[in-house]
Write a protein that binds this ligand. Structure first.
Ligand SMILES: Nc1nc2c(c(=O)[nH]1)N[C@H]1C(S)=C(S)[C@@H](COP(=O)(O)OP(=O)(O)OC[C@H]3O[C@@H](n4cnc5c(N)ncnc54)[C@H](O)[C@@H]3O)O[C@H]1N2
Ligand code: MOO
Length: 410
């Protein structure tokens, strides 16, 4: 029996789009409170040193480290206590040889001091003397001016997806507004005569549209703005008109259903008629998700996902994510969430396809186990139960029970 599709390997997919996508890198300025998961449009170079002054990282006494050398429980060093630095105040008093100044965590280090002795290793003798029981090295228990972020240094690069810690760092150097790329607009359609909107009551033979909402939510999560296009019947004119109209205001169009072989599967025909170069890929070597379509109409990419919900989600996650990230201006090598776990059972695999197994993660005696969920890809609950996907590489016959696997988290 002949293969129905000419399968393309996942690794080859970027080549089809290389240099051909219209990446609209318009920018907008937004407050950092709205910047989580947005993509930086400019490098961020710090205009200041952080911290702007050297500070203590411990409660204790600012000292010259050299004065404490040799100090021990049995042979303490005695230093003159000459003052106290108040939090949030400038340290005006300079420290001289043989002196110490009381300081709290975060307090400004006085001139002349190069270390802090923790209070635990001291004893106060009256008002103006301390005993030090442990020596400190220069720079111990302090952060020096600019140690966190140097003035003129590059903090974050253009294309960086902003995370909580990045936004905190921006605040730390006084940046409250950032220029980010405008999110790409992704139009999402579901196709099929059997589909009805979720608020409708389906007749026998009909089912509610799952993919519009599954795909739309995943697109949002990946950094796109969703334009909900609704359901398209398996009707050539309607397909052509709706997809055609959406191309004008979309950076990417995602369809689901109508990608497999069948009398009603008109998507290929329509995509080829809508413009050059048309369908680039029909069938990829992935399981689930083989009957995926990738097309380019002018410079707008179109992804035709398989109709089965678990397949649609798997393909969008694996193949769609890098396309959306590219359109969003995001650098592509930023770490994606995954954890390692041990596989709970043997898994056989189709050698000819890269396979993605849905797994549930369970912690047993401090060991994380990945339990495969082996339902059909038409069952949305196989995804609901799953925490992520385990990949079985192309050409591999399977994985063994107890094998360490990486779980790509949802
Ligand atoms: N003879 C063959 N039949 C099929 C093959 C094949 O290679 N040879 N591939 C199978 C695989 S794998 C999949 S996946 C599906 C893909 O089918 P399509 O992408 O053409 O999608 P449809 O036929 O329209 O639908 C498949 C299935 O999914 C349901 N569906 C579709 N859209 C939605 C939606 N928005 N929400 C919920 N469910 C949806 C649809 O009702 C069908 O049950 O083809 C296999 N067949
Ligand atoms: O490969 Mo199809 O995409 O689920 O079962």
């Amino acid at each position: 029996m002949s293969e129905l599709f000419q399968l393309v390997e996942i690794d080859k997919i970027p080549d089809f789009f290389e240099g051909k996508l219209a990446v609209n890198l318009a920018t907008e300025k937004i407050n950092i409170t709205k910047a989580k998961a947005r993509v930086l449009a400019r490098d961020i170079i710090s205009q200041i040193d952080l911290p702007p002054f050297s500070r203590s990282t411990m409660d204790g006494f600012a000292v010259k480290a050299i004065d404490t050398f040799g100090a021990s429980e049995s042979m303490p060093v005695y230093l003159d206590l000459v003052g106290e630095i108040l939090m949030g105040e400038e340290a005006e008093q300079e420290i001289k040889a043989g002196q110490a100044i009381k300081i709290a965590t975060g307090g400004m280090l006085p001139k002349g001091a190069d270390a802090v002795v923790m209070v635990e290793y001291t004893e106060t003798l009256g008002e103006d003397m301390i005993e030090v029981f442990k020596s400190v090295a220069s720079r111990e228990n302090i952060v020096v001016k600019g140690e966190d972020i140097d003035q003129e240094s590059l903090l974050l690069k253009q294309g960086h997806l902003l995370r909580a810690q990045d936004i905190g760092a921006l605040a730390g150097i006084g940046i409250t507004e950032v220029e980010v790329f405008v999110k790409p607009v992704v139009t999402v359609f579901s196709t099929g005569d059997e589909l009805v909107a979720p608020e409708e009551s389906p007749k026998l033979g009909q089912i509610r549209d799952i993919n519009t909402y599954l795909v739309g939510s995943l697109v949002e999560e990946t950094g796109g703005t969703v334009n909900y296009g609704g359901i398209i019947a398996d009707n050539k004119e309607e397909l052509k008109n709706k997809i055609g109209a959406s191309l004008k205001n979309s950076d990417l169009v995602i369809l689901s259903g109508g990608s497999s072989v069948g009398t009603k599967d008109l998507t290929i025909e329509v995509l080829n008629e809508l413009g050059e170069p048309g369908v680039l890929v029909h069938g990829i070597s992935i399981k689930p998700g083989k009957p995926t379509i990738l097309a380019l109409i002018g410079d707008t990419p179109v992804i035709g996902l398989p109709g089965h919900p678990a397949s649609a989600m798997t393909v969008l996650k694996i193949v769609g994510t890098p396309i959306i990230q590219k359109l969003a201006g995001q650098e592509l090598n930023q770490f994606q969430g995954s954890v390692s776990a041990k596989l709970s059972r043997n898994l056989a695999s189709d050698k000819g396809r890269e396979e993605y197994i849905r797994v549930k993660l369970v912690k047993e005696n401090n060991q994380l186990w990945a339990y495969p969920i082996l339902g059909k890809s038409s069952l949305i609950t196989t995804m609901v139960e799953a925490d992520g996907l385990v990949k079985i590489d192309l050409g591999k016959e399977g994985l063994d029970q107890g094998e360490e696997v990486q779980v790509l988290l949802f």
